[in-house]
Write a protein that binds this ligand. Structure first.
Ligand code: TA6
Length: 314
């Protein structure tokens, strides 16, 4: 146990020696969080953010003089199956939802529940801090995903939050993946918000067993359990939050699906890590490629899923 603690301390020191940027106008440092998870703490003139190396989870993002943009469980422990802390931006990869053929595989893939490696930190000319994490094949992931891939997560923290999930196919054969930046947004009261951008889109409604395609009329509002995969949409989404007097804009690239999820009261109770009223303060609007929008990546090709999250006054 002592050796393990020392090994983590040594790792932390090595990360800080190599990757920390300490400057008055912008910095990134590595610290130890709960359960000995290493966290990247970013703070600059424009925003602050915490990113966990466990799962590459962007836990928080808060632009200067603004309320937090992401919702994160106040019960910030790794959940009962140690998949991920609920909240922030879990990475669903290389599949979204249940595995297509094997129920014993974890929901939403394995990227959110394994350790990522830091490969680069830098300060951009705009003054943002950029952190690049990488996930390599291991003997364990190879059994779940028998393809030679390099997965990178590039996170840029500035006035806006930019997230790029980059899949490199380093093998000899094409593969098909589904994926999502499963983003939990903080809202004042989920029953009072409106999500724009999906008007006229077709969606599969998991609450209605996804039996038929439905068409969205008007903005999405949440008045009960909501679990929808909107297909064939590349549009920006905007969460309008009158009480917080803000709009959250989610602009995306190389994403053809948007998932909207709120578990509502009963499911939230069963989940334990949402708390009594957690469901009221969160909504997931996920930049995704799911179901029919699965992506094929040819050998030596790179696929880059991107979301840019920014705040506008209302
Ligand atoms: O993206 C929506 C969804 O697939 C829902 O069906 C819901 O269960 C949610 O993700 C959370 O999944 P998790 O495995 O993190 O509990």
């Amino acid at each position: 146990m002592k050796n393990n603690a020392q090994a983590i301390k040594d790792k932390l020191k090595a990360l800080n020696d190599r990757f920390a940027i300490v400057a008055t106008e912008g910095q990134i440092e590595f610290e130890l969080g709960h359960n000995e998870v290493i966290l990247a703490e970013v703070a600059n003139q424009q925003a602050k953010s915490t990113i966990s190396l466990h799962g590459g989870l962007i836990m928080t993002f808060q632009p200067k003089k603004q309320e937090p943009v992401l919702w994160i469980s106040p019960f910030g422990y790794l959940n009962e199956t140690a998949k991920s802390i609920r909240g922030g931006i879990p990475i669903c990869w290389p599949w979204f939802g249940p595995h297509a053929t094997d129920d014993s595989q974890p929901r939403h893939g394995f990227a959110r529940s394994v350790l990522w490696e830091v490969v680069e930190t830098q300060k951009t000319i705009e003054g943002a801090i950029q952190l690049t994490l990488e996930l390599h094949n291991t003997p364990e992931t190879q059994t779940q995903w028998p393809h030679t891939t390099r997965l990178q997560l590039v996170v840029s923290i500035g006035k806006q939050l930019e997230v790029r999930l980059i899949t490199h196919n380093r093998g000899q054969t094409p593969f098909v993946l589904t994926e999502a930046l499963h983003t939990y947004f903080m809202v004042s009261d989920v029953t009072q918000i409106a999500i724009h951008g999906l008007e006229g889109c077709q969606y599969l409604d998991k609450v209605d067993n996804s039996t038929q395609r439905k068409t969205q009329t008007g903005p999405v509002t949440i008045q009960g359990e909501t679990d929808r995969v909107y297909l064939d949409t590349t549009a920006d989404c905007v969460i309008e939050d009158p009480r917080l007097k803000r709009r959250i804009r989610i602009a995306k690239e190389n994403s053809r699906s948007t998932v909207v999820w709120n578990p509502w009261i009963e499911k939230a109770k069963a989940m334990k890590d949402l708390g009594q009223i957690g469901y009221l303060n969160m909504v997931c609007v996920e930049t995704a490629n799911a179901l029919d929008n699965a992506v094929t990546v040819a050998p030596n090709e790179v696929h880059q899923l991107q979301a840019v999250i920014s705040i506008e006054p209302l």
